[in-house]
Design a protein around this ligand. Structure first.
Ligand SMILES: Nc1ncnc2c1ncn2[C@@H]1O[C@H](COP(=O)(O)OP(=O)(O)OP(=O)(O)O)[C@@H](O)[C@H]1O
Ligand SMILES: [Mg+2]
Length: 389
C-alpha cells in the first residue's frame, strides 16, 4: 500500500482508502493518480495523461480538469497535493510513503500495457459477501480451462463475482486484466472495437479494428479478459472469445452473461442466489446467512440505526427469503427499509418486486429498480442453478 497525505492507495487493487473506508474513484481519475505516484514528484505532462488515461481517443483538456477535481476532493484539506504547473502539467507535492513490501517503479510502464490496465477492473461496490469459496473455485477453473462464463439472471451478482475472480487471478498469477463492459454495446463491430480499446490497440483514423488485430495484440501477453454482460451480443462475444483463446495459450477469458457462450473449452458456472435463512431458523443461523449479511451491510451503508433485536432480524430473514436471495433485490429492499422501516417493507412484500425502487443513482439504469419485467425475469424463485438450467 502507498500512503500520500491522508489517503492510502493500492495500485494493484486500483483502490483508494480514506482511513478504513474505500473511496469510490473512476478508472480515469485513478489512472491520473497512478501516473502522479509513479512520477514521484516529477511533472506529469498533459500529453502523458492523455496517452495513459485516454489511450488514443481524442478528448478535450476539460476532461483532465474534471478528473483532477475528483482527485483533489479526496485529498480534502491537502488539496494542494496536486499542483498545476502552468503550461506543462501536474505534479504531486506530498511525499509518497511506500509500504516496504510494495514496489513502485519510478518510471511509467509502457503505454501499450497501461492502456489495457486502465480499462481494467472497476472498484467493487463493497465487500463481496458469501462468495469466497466460489471465487477460489473459479480462479482455479481458469488455470485449467481458457474460458469461464458466469451465467445467471439479472442482479444475481455475476459482475461483482467476475471482478473478484479477476482480481484474485491478477494478484496471484500477475496477469494483466482487461475489463470490457458490453452492456451498452449494441453491434458486433462495436464489441471488436471495445475489446481493441481495452487491449490498447492503436487504431488509425477511420480504420475499424478487426478480429485479426485482437489476435495480434494478445501475443506475448499474460492476459485475463473479462467480458461483462455478453447476453445481448452473445454470438459476437463468443466469436471474440474463440479468436482470443486460439491466438495465445496465455490468454484467459472470463465472461458474464444471462446465457452460456457455447464456445469450445467453455466452463459454465451458474451463479447461485445468496443463501437465505430457513423458516424458523435461530438468530445465529439468520446472522450467518449471506443474504442477511448483505441486507444489514446495506442498511448500515444507508446510515440506518443498527439492528440486533430478534423481531427485526426475523423480519429481515423473511424478506431475504421472499426475495429469493437475489442480491440486487436485497440491496434495493434494504435501501427502502432504511427510509420506511422494516415493518412497512415486510407489509409491502406481498406484492414483492414492483416497489423496489430508489437504489443507487449511479447503478446501471437496469439495476435502479426492479419492476414487472424483472419480476417476470426472476420468475417464482427461478434464481438457482437447477432452476435456471
Ligand atoms: N456477493 C455479493 N455481496 C455483496 N453485494 C453483492 C453481491 N453480489 C451482488 N451484489 C450486489 O448486487 C447488485 C447486483 O450485482 P451485479 O451487478 O454483479 O449483478 P449482475 O448479475 O451482473 O446483474 P446484470 O445481469 O444486470 O448485469 C450490485 O449492486 C452488487 O453490489
Ligand atoms: Mg452485470
Amino acid at each position: 500500500m502507498i500512503k500520500i497525505g491522508r489517503i492510502t492507495v493500492s495500485l494493484e487493487m486500483r483502490e483508494v482508502y480514506l482511513g478504513a473506508d474505500l473511496v469510490p474513484l473512476g478508472a480515469r481519475a485513478f489512472g491520473i493518480l497512478e501516473l502522479l505516484i509513479r512520477a514521484r514528484g516529477a511533472t506529469v505532462t498533459k500529453d502523458e495523461i492523455f496517452e495513459h488515461v485516454w489511450s488514443k481517443s481524442v478528448v478535450g483538456e476539460n476532461n483532465i480538469h474534471v478528473q483532477l477535481s475528483a482527485l483533489r476532493k479526496i485529498f480534502g484539506e491537502d488539496r494542494q497535493a496536486i499542483r498545476t504547473i502552468p503550461g506543462r502539467g501536474y505534479r504531486l507535492t506530498l511525499a509518497v510513503e511506500t509500504d516496504e513490501s510494495v514496489e513502485v517503479p519510478a518510471s511509467a510502464p509502457t503505454p501499450r500495457v497501461e492502456a489495457g490496465r486502465l480499462n481494467s477492473l472497476p472498484a467493487m461496490h463493497g465487500p463481496l459477501i458469501g462468495r469466497d469459496s466460489t471465487t477460489a473455485e473459479l480462479a482455479r477453473a481458469l488455470t485449467t480451462g481458457p474460458i469461464v462464463t458466469l451465467v445467471g439472471p439479472g442482479g444475481i451478482g455475476k459482475t461483482q463475482l467476475g471482478i473478484a475472480v479477476a482480481r484474485s487471478i491478477a494478484d496471484a498469477a500477475g496477469m494483466e486484466v482487461c475489463f470490457v463492459p458490453l452492456a451498452s454495446v449494441a453491434k458486433a463491430q462495436s464489441i471488436v472495437s471495445r475489446v481493441a480499446e481495452a487491449l490498447g490497440i492503436a487504431v488509425d483514423n477511420g480504420d475499424a479494428p478487426e478480429l485479426k488485430d485482437l489476435a495480434a495484440a494478445v501475443q506475448g501477453r499474460k492476459l485475463l479478459v473479462l467480458l461483462d454482460n455478453c447476453e445481448h451480443v452473445i454470438e459476437s462475444a463468443a466469436t471474440v472469445c474463440d479468436v482470443l483463446v486460439q491466438a495465445s495459450a496465455d490468454v484467459r477469458l472470463l465472461a458474464t452473461s444471462r446465457e452460456p457462450l457455447r464456445t469450445r473449452g467453455e466452463i459454465t458456472h451458474w451463479v447461485d442466489a445468496m443463501e437465505t435463512p430457513a423458516v424458523g431458523a435461530g438468530l445465529h443461523a439468520i446472522l450467518a446467512c449471506s443474504s442477511v449479511k448483505l441486507f444489514l451491510a446495506q442498511l448500515s451503508a444507508s446510515n440506518a440505526a443498527a439492528i440486533s433485536d430478534r423481531c427485526s432480524l426475523e423480519m429481515i430473514a423473511t424478506i431475504c427469503r421472499r426475495l429469493d436471495g437475489v442480491p440486487l433485490a436485497i440491496e434495493l429492499a434494504a435501501a427502502r427499509a432504511a427510509v420506511f422501516g422494516i415493518g412497512r417493507l415486510i407489509f409491502e412484500l406481498d406484492d414483492r418486486f414492483p416497489f423496489l425502487t430508489g437504489g443507487r443513482r449511479t447503478a446501471p439504469r437496469r439495476q435502479q429498480k426492479i419492476g414487472n419485467r424483472a419480476r417476470a425475469r426472476f420468475g417464482c424463485g427461478r434464481t438457482t442453478q437447477s432452476d435456471c438450467g
